[in-house]
Design a protein around this ligand. Structure first.
Ligand SMILES: O=C(O)CCC(=O)C(=O)O
Ligand SMILES: [Fe+2]
Length: 541
C-alpha cells in the first residue's frame, strides 16, 4: 500500500488534490439582505469549467488530442485510445453496447446488492434483502396492495390510500457495540475514530457526499429485530474504519483520502466487513425485454408469494441471472440473508428503503477484502462474480492484448504475458449520486498487480482523474459516459485515480440519461438519469 502523500494542512495541495477541488461540486448559499438581515435566498452551484477535460467521444469523430493515440482494434466496434503520459491506461469509448448497459444497470439495482454480496449498509444493518424492490414498494400502487403487499407492509398500504407506503427496515442502525444479548443482524458498527488533520487516521476513506452530515439516517434503538436474524454478526470486520453512513466504500486495495472540507472534515470512513460463506442471491429469472416499468413491483409481488424477497437474478443475456450464472440453482438468498419480510415492514424502527437506496455506495462481488488482515478472505461467504461480468472483462482485455501484439506495450497480463492468463473473479460496484465523489486512490492490494482492472461506467456522465504513481503528478481529467470502459493495466495499476464529480444534467449539458439505451419511464431509468454506477472488475486470487 502506497503512502498517502497528501500534504498536511496548511501546506499546498498536491496536484491531484488541486484537480479534485477544481472539479468538485460546490454549492454555495446566495445571501441577500432582507429586513435588515442577511438571509440565504438560493443555493448556487459553482460553475464547472470543462475546457481542460478530455472528451474522447468528440475525438472519436475528429482529431485526436496531443498525447493521445487512437487505435483500431479487431473485435472493437469503435476506436481505442492510449495515452502517452499514462502508459497502461486504455480507454474504450462506448465499449458496452446499449442492451448490455441496460442489463448491467438493472442487475446493479436488483441483483448485485443482494446478500451474500456485501454493501456499505452491512456494517450498520447487516445483510439486507430486496432493497431496490422495497424502495419501489410505495410505487407499487393499489394493485400491489390487493395482490398481497399488505401482507408485508401491514397497514401501510391502507394508510397510504392504496398507493402503498414506504417500507422501513425492521431493525435500526446500532451506534455502539451490542450491549449484551440479543445481538442483532444490524449491529456491526465500529465507533468513529476522529479524523486528524492530514494524517492517515482514515486513509481508506474515498467518498464524500455534499451535506452528508445533515443527511444521516434515523438512529433508533435496535428493537423489534427479526427473531430469525438474531445472533448473526458479520465476520472479518477490521474495526479500523468509520462506517458512518454515506460515503464509506470498500476501497479494495485502495489508498487514498478525500474530504470535501479538507482537514477536520470528520467524514472519513471505511466500511469493510467480511461476510459468511458463498451463496447467491437470485433465482436466475431474466427480465431484459424492456418492460422494466412494472418489473420492480412484479418482482416484489413474486417475492412476496414465494418468500424470496425479490432477490431475483435479472442479469445475464441468456436469461440467467447473476445467481444462476454463479451456479446456485434456485433459492434466492444466501445462508445469512434475511428474507424480504424479515427485512421490511411498514412500521419498523429503521430508515426507509428509499433512504437506504439513496445511501447505497458500494457492493462487492467475489471475495471480500479483510482489512484487519489486509488480504482477501477467500473462504468468507460472498456473491460470486457473475459470469457476464467476467466475460465482459475477459473480452475487453483480449482486445487490449491486440494492442500489445501491435507492439504498443500496454500490458503485461500475468506472468505469461497473455490475456488468457487473466481470470477475473471479483468486482466492486460503486453507486454514485450527484455530489458523490471517489477520492484519489491506488488499487494495489490484489495479489498480482500485473492483472488489469476493467472499469465500466454506466448511467450518468462523470469526470475521472488519472494521475501518476504519486499525487504530486498532475492528473488528466477525462469525461466518462455510460458504456465507456477504462482498462488499467501495467504501470497504470500503480497510479492514482479518482472520480471528483458526477455530472449533473445541467453541468453535462444534457437533460440526463441521454446515453441510456431504450430510454423509458421505468424506475431504473429514472434512477440512472442522475446516478452513476461503476463496476471495476478484478482478478484477486
Ligand atoms: O468509478 C470509477 O470510475 C472508478 C472506480 C474505482 O476506481 C474503484 O472502484 O477502485
Ligand atoms: Fe480504483
Amino acid at each position: 500500500m502506497a503512502d498517502d502523500d497528501d500534504k498536511p494542512c496548511g501546506q499546498a495541495w498536491t496536484a491531484f488534490r488541486a484537480a479534485e477541488k477544481k472539479y468538485a461540486l460546490y454549492r454555495e448559499q446566495k445571501l441577500r439582505m432582507k429586513g435588515g438581515r442577511l438571509r440565504a435566498v438560493a443555493l448556487v452551484t459553482r460553475p464547472l469549467d470543462l475546457s481542460g477535460v478530455l472528451d474522447l467521444h468528440t475525438a472519436c469523430a475528429g482529431d485526436t488530442p496531443p498525447g493521445v493515440t487512437r487505435h483500431a482494434v479487431p473485435g472493437c466496434a469503435g476506436p481505442v485510445f492510449t495515452f502517452e503520459h499514462h502508459p497502461g491506461l486504455v480507454f474504450l469509448p462506448a465499449a458496452v453496447p446499449p442492451p448490455q448497459q441496460r442489463q448491467l444497470l438493472r442487475a446493479a439495482l436488483h441483483d448485485y446488492p443482494q446478500p451474500p454480496a456485501r454493501t456499505n449498509h452491512n456494517a450498520h444493518f447487516g445483510p439486507i434483502t430486496g432493497l431496490w424492490e422495497a424502495a419501489q414498494a410505495a410505487r407499487a400502487g393499489a394493485g400491489a396492495a390487493e395482490a398481497g403487499l399488505e401482507a408485508v407492509v401491514g397497514g401501510a398500504a391502507a394508510r397510504g390510500g392504496g398507493g402503498g407506503g414506504p417500507l422501513r427496515l425492521r431493525w435500526a442502525r446500532r451506534d455502539g457495540p451490542a450491549a449484551g444479548p440479543p445481538p442483532c443482524v444490524g449491529c456491526e458498527h465500529v465507533p468513529a475514530a476522529p479524523r486528524t488533520c492530514g494524517a492517515a487516521a482514515d486513509q481508506h476513506q474515498h467518498r464524500h457526499r455534499e451535506q452528508e452530515e445533515q443527511q444521516q439516517l434515523p438512529l433508533q434503538p435496535a428493537e423489534q429485530l427479526p427473531a430469525t436474524a438474531t445472533g448473526r454478526r458479520s465476520q472479518g470486520h477490521g474495526g479500523h474504519g468509520q462506517p458512518a453512513l454515506g460515503p464509506g466504500r470498500p476501497g479494495l486495495g485502495c489508498t487514498g483520502a478525500i474530504g470535501g472540507a479538507g482537514c477536520g472534515s470528520g467524514s472519513g470512513r471505511c466500511s469493510h466487513d467480511g461476510s459468511g460463506r458463498s451463496s447467491h442471491g437470485g433465482s436466475g429469472r431474466s427480465s431484459h425485454d424492456g418492460s422494466c416499468g412494472s418489473s420492480s413491483s412484479e418482482a416484489l409481488l413474486e417475492a412476496l408469494k414465494d418468500g424470496t424477497g425479490g432477490a431475483r437474478g435479472m442479469e445475464g443475456p441468456g436469461g440467467g441471472g447473476a445467481a444462476e450464472e454463479a451456479g446456485s440453482g434456485g433459492r434466492s438468498r444466501g445462508a445469512s440473508a434475511p428474507s424480504f419480510a424479515e427485512c421490511w415492514s411498514a412500521e419498523g424502527p429503521g430508515p426507509t428503503a428509499e433512504q437506504l437506496l439513496r445511501k447505497l455506495r458500494w457492493a462487492t462481488l467475489g471475495p471480500q477484502f479483510d482489512w484487519s488482515r489486509r488480504q482477501y478472505d477467500m473462504a468468507a461467504e460472498h456473491r460470486p462474480l457473475p459470469a457476464s461480468l467476467a466475460q465482459l472483462a475477459t473480452q475487453l482485455v483480449a482486445a487490449v492484448e491486440a494492442l500489445q501484439h501491435a507492439g504498443l506495450g500496454v500490458l503485461p497480463i500475468g506472468a505469461s504475458g497473455r490475456a488468457a492468463a487473466y481470470q477475473p473473479d471479483a468486482a466492486i460496484v460503486n453507486y454514485y449520486q450527484p455530489g458523490d465523489a471517489l477520492g484519489g486512490h491506488l488499487d494495489d492490494v490484489e495479489r498480482d498487480l500485473s492483472q488489469p482492472i476493467v472499469s465500466a461506467s454506466l448511467g450518468a456522465d462523470a469526470l475521472f482523474l488519472m494521475g501518476g504513481p504519486s499525487r504530486a503528478q498532475a492528473p488528466t481529467a477525462m469525461r466518462l459516459r455510460g458504456g465507456d470502459v477504462l482498462v488499467l493495466a501495467g504501470p497504470a495499476r500503480r497510479c492514482y485515480h479518482g472520480v471528483p464529480r458526477i455530472l449533473e444534467p445541467e453541468a453535462a449539458g444534457t437533460d440526463g440519461g441521454e446515453d441510456l439505451p431504450q430510454r423509458s419511464s421505468g424506475p431504473e431509468e429514472a434512477y440512472f438519469r442522475t446516478a452513476r454506477v461503476n463496476i471495476s472488475i478484478r482478478a484477486v486470487r
